[in-house]
Design a protein around this ligand. Structure first.
Ligand SMILES: Nc1ncnc2c1ncn2[C@@H]1O[C@H](COP(=O)(O)OP(=O)(O)O)[C@@H](O)[C@H]1O
Ligand SMILES: [Mg+2]
Length: 384
């Protein structure tokens, strides 16, 4: 018997999706009247034209499925701890004109949120992060963090780069202590060392304090980078593909560490990644950027997985493939065709995509007459 409380909020029709997780996509017409799901979609405020545009797309071609789209500004955290307001970045073009990497980019995040940006190479992700860090300036627009417009770099914003960028002549302790001294210049040596050791311990490097970068593995170097960033207790942690140069095992361990630390400390984090799974594991919100030049923030995907998700069993969660496929579909096709597919896109009201709960069942079994013994053996059942 179907539990009405678990009525799906969107219907998935992709055979790929069904094949991957053994769910049965509902055959109901999305327009079928009277279902609570249809009502919930209709009731959702969606002044943005994007939803209508998606309805016009051919789902088979674009991978688009029915989804609940609501205006981002209505559902996002009301507190704008980070507020990127209409920034653009332009460079001189070959013919004497200008090339805009991106234009009129608006994005906001609440305090304690973890945001991941995903987009193809060259769309301007690093530029956005550098502007947030104060390492670069926008050609137009402003970035406000905790009520203050950014003007240059600040110890309130720590950056973890893809390459660890450690001082090679300093030890682990020396590298972290250097950052601590930069922030608290009047602290005595003992206090600086004690503070640095706390963060070295937090990233699991106790025992390696006196090693120099040349004596550390790639993962250990990146841990030092994380400890150094956290040691100055920044308002925001900015990470530009921090784990992309690491082997899969080390990457996974560091993802766990970063997630644990962010959850424990309520750290606000903004991260660029190419790894969809990394984004789904770490982020509360995933920002999808279209291809450049002239890139736009197309969607904000709200992570539907629970806060207590684990990296190991991420893929078992019933929402996992839905959210993953949505992002992969975007990267594979919609990131390239977005400008023509969605001509009315409003960069100030970027749609917040909430992927709802699909109906869990297997087509072959659920279409057959009810049979308790078969029902009990369905792999999908355990996930409800
Ligand atoms: N100094 C520069 N002059 C001209 N173009 C630049 C300069 N710096 C970056 N770009 C261009 O800006 C675009 C965005 O770069 P970047 O932010 O590094 O992209 P991403 O991190 O998404 O790969 C790229 O196409 C790059 O060629
Ligand atoms: Mg980059």
């Amino acid at each position: 018997m179907r539990d009405e409380r678990q009525e799906p909020r969107c219907v998935f029709t992709s055979p790929r999706l069904r094949g991957e997780v053994g769910w049965r996509a509902s055959a109901r017409d999305p327009g079928e009247g009277g279902s609570p799901r249809a009502e919930s979609v209709e009731r959702a405020p969606h002044p943005n034209p994007l939803r209508a545009s998606f309805a016009r797309l051919d789902p088979a071609k674009s991978g688009a499925r029915e989804r609940t789209f609501v205006a981002g500004s209505l559902l996002m955290s009301s507190e704008k701890f980070i507020s990127i307001e209409g920034i653009a970045k332009r460079y001189p073009g070959a013919g004497g004109g200008e090339i805009a990497v991106f234009e009129n980019l608006w994005l906001s995040m609440g305090r304690g949120e973890f945001g991941c940006v995903i987009g193809h190479s060259g769309c301007g992700k690093t530029t956005v992060l550098n502007i947030l860090a104060g390492l670069d300036t926008p050609s137009e627009g402003t970035v406000i963090v905790d009520g203050q417009a950014i003007e240059g770099t600040s110890l309130d914003r720590a950056v973890i780069f893809q390459s660890h960028a450690l001082l090679p002549w300093r030890t682990v302790l020396g590298n972290v202590a250097y950052a601590v001294t930069s922030k608290w210049r009047n602290w005595d040596r003992a206090k600086v060392k004690a503070h640095a050791r706390t963060f070295i311990d937090l990233v699991g490097l106790t025992g390696a304090e006196h090693k120099r970068p040349s004596e550390l593995s790639g993962g250990m170097k990146q841990r030092v980078g994380i400890a150094r960033a956290l040691s100055i207790t920044p308002k925001i942690m900015l990470m530009d593909e921090p784990f992309s140069a690491l082997d899969a095992l080390t990457r996974g361990t560091l993802q766990d560490e970063v997630r644990r630390i962010c959850l424990e400390t309520g750290q606000t984090a903004f991260m660029i990644t190419h790894d969809v799974d990394e984004a789904i594991y770490l982020a509360d919100k995933i920002f999808l950027m279209t291809n450049g030049p002239g890139a736009v923030l197309a969607e904000i995907v709200e992570n539907p997985l629970p806060k207590d998700r684990g990296r190991i069993d991420l893929h078992r969660h019933p929402y996992y493939y839905a959210v993953r496929n949505h992002i992969v579909d975007f990267l594979v096709s919609r990131s390239k065709t977005f400008a023509t597919d969605v001509p009315g896109h409003d960069p100030r009201h970027v749609p917040l995509v909430k992927i709802g709960k699909p109906e869990l069942a297997i087509a072959a079994v659920s279409d057959a007459p009810h049979d308790e013994s078969k029902q009990a053996s369905r792999p999908g059942q355990a996930r409800t």
